[in-house]
Design a protein. Structure first.
Length: 539
């Protein structure tokens, strides 16, 4: 793996100027290549290469002056090599250029492109070439640059200018290719469920920004943390880690930050980030039911084996939790709580299996025989068809685990079996402990704010939130819910009327801070706190 600087030489009689890239500059040079070698390739060694693409005319006109200037500039890196190119006036010649450049690059190389003197359609060709090389040869793009000499005017006018005024910027075009990478990575994640491309985007784009800003770029830091949480989600799904899925803070760590992250270093990324936030809008923080949501994700992304495992084990977990009061005596002899939970899960799994196989109560063994009254009480609360459904899921999972060597089903039958049983499990769970109505069972906590600082403050204070919303619809509030925010009194009264608890976000603002966007630290300085209030409409 080597570093390669690839540039192109034109035929114009280039006028000397000063080239600037961010806070660095190279003065009084005719060729942008001279400046770029010192500005972005100063770490090149003899193992690396500098490649200059030349047509026959460019080579005759400017190659020797370029070599002489680079040598005179004090360049101590690798010698200049040339790549003979046709004139790019036909499709055949374009393909020839593509092939010539392909042959200069080896697997895993790190590339720097200068496209300042690219002929007409060549920049388009280079964009395609770069993406192609990244896939086929796994190259890493270090940078794409353009020297904007034309910013100074035409060459004749520049010749009349004092050298001190001939400052031409070098434009770093790399972020535009990074935008493609981010869009493709997020699309890959949403379509296929894998976060590897997102992690690569963080490695290539976010880490350099954090290095340059010493970790102080809020947008880059937020995106890095978001992608880390998405990668954890992807890993938990891929390896069917149900407990891990139930512990992810989707709203606090993913959706809330996505809605407020400032993508100023890649402004067009905003719509893509909004689409990503929308995908997880209904996933609460640390919710056992997220295991079921993950089954839906598995179905969307063709992960049948993971979906079956998560559906079975999440179903057992939900039933174990919902029947917690009845199960207090099961595993009570175990010393640690984790062992007690395992015992209770085994109890519920055994009960579903016994009922699914229609075993008579007299034939129950093990934990079911030991806690027969508890088992009968739990059985009475289950939807009648759930045990048989559980038994069918077990058979599907066993088919996959035995790799289809025993009573095999077709791949399509496994997929459809998961989809159908997932739909039925969700419907049946809605009936448990609800007496036939489909009202939402678990109370939820809503944090109402459109301010990024408030979202950050809630996360840093470890306030448990199921959903961050910019505007509250009172119709979604149910008895037992909690609403946190700085609501108008009439809206707070509606929250209380619906049986929810209202926690007001209180601040002691100084006059100069009123109307400003506050950071989480400024909020703490202003004594940010949540206080319970009850608002009531007086008739």
């Amino acid at each position: 793996m080597a570093k390669r600087f690839i540039s192109f030489l034109g035929v114009s009689p280039y006028t000397p100027c000063n080239y600037l890239l961010r806070d660095s500059r190279v003065d009084a040079v005719r060729f942008v290549q001279t400046a770029l070698l010192h500005l972005v390739a100063s770490d090149f060694s003899s193992d690396d290469s500098v490649l200059i693409g030349c047509t026959a005319k460019a080579s005759q006109t400017n190659l020797q002056p370029l070599r002489s200037e680079i040598l005179a500039s004090g360049w101590t890196g690798p010698e200049i090599d040339t790549v003979d190119l046709p004139d790019a006036t036909s499709e055949e010649e374009m393909w020839a250029i593509f092939q010539s450049l392909m042959e200069q690059v080896l697997d895993g190389d790190e590339l720097v492109f200068d496209i300042t003197h690219s002929f007409r359609s060549l920049p388009m060709l280079f964009t395609v070439l770069i993406q192609y090389l990244r896939i086929v040869k796994r190259v890493r793009l270090r940078g794409v640059y353009y020297g904007a000499f034309e910013r100074l005017g035409n060459a004749r006018d520049v010749e009349d200018m004092p050298m001190a005024e001939r400052d031409a910027p070098i434009i770093d075009l790399t972020p535009f290719l990074s935008l493609y990478d981010w869009g493709a990575a997020i699309d890959h994640f949403l379509r296929f469920g894998h976060a590897g491309e997102l992690q690569a985007a963080v490695e290539d784009r976010i880490k350099p920004v954090l290095r340059e800003t010493m970790g102080r770029h809020d947008g880059a830091k937020a995106l890095k943390d978001i992608v880390a949480n998405l990668a954890a989600f992807s890993s938990h799904v891929q390896y069917a880690r149900g407990r891990g899925l139930s512990e992810i803070q989707f709203q606090t760590k993913i959706v809330g930050p996505l809605q407020h992250v400032q993508s100023d270093f890649l402004p067009p990324l905003r719509p893509v980030l909004d689409g990503l936030a929308e995908r997880f809008r209904d996933w609460p923080d640390r919710e056992p039911g997220n295991g079921l949501r993950a089954v839906g994700w598995c179905i969307e992304h063709g992960m049948v084996q993971q979906g079956l495992t998560l559906l079975l084990e999440t179903l057992v977990d939900i039933l174990t939790t919902r029947h917690g009061d009845l199960l207090e005596g099961v595993g009570a002899h175990k010393r640690d709580s984790a062992a007690q939970v395992i015992e209770r899960r085994n109890f519920i799994s055994s009960l579903l299996n016994a009922l699914g196989r229609q075993k008579a109560v007299a034939d129950w063994t093990g934990l079911l025989a030991e806690h027969r009254e508890v088992a009968e009480a739990c059985a009475s609360l289950l939807p009648e068809q759930l045990p048989a459904l559980y038994q069918g899921l077990t058979q599907l999972r066993n088919d996959i685990n035995h790799a289809g060597f025993i009573n095999p089903r077709s791949a399509e039958a496994l997929r459809k079996g998961l989809e159908e049983r997932y739909r039925r499990v969700v419907e049946m769970l809605q009936d448990i402990d609800q007496s036939g109505n489909n009202a939402r069972q678990d109370p939820r906590t809503y944090f109402v704010s459109r301010h990024p600082g408030a979202i950050d403050w809630a996360a840093e204070e470890e306030i448990q939130v199921d959903a961050f919303v910019e505007h509250l619809d009172p119709n979604v509030i149910r008895d037992g819910d909690t609403v946190i925010g700085s609501l108008p009194v009439n809206l707070a009264a509606q929250v209380c009327e619906r049986g929810a608890r209202y926690l007001h976000l209180s601040l002691e603002l100084t006059p100069e801070l009123r109307g400003l966007e506050l950071t989480a630290e400024q909020m703490r300085t202003c004594g940010a706190r949540i206080e319970a209030f009850r608002a009531e409409r007086v008739v």
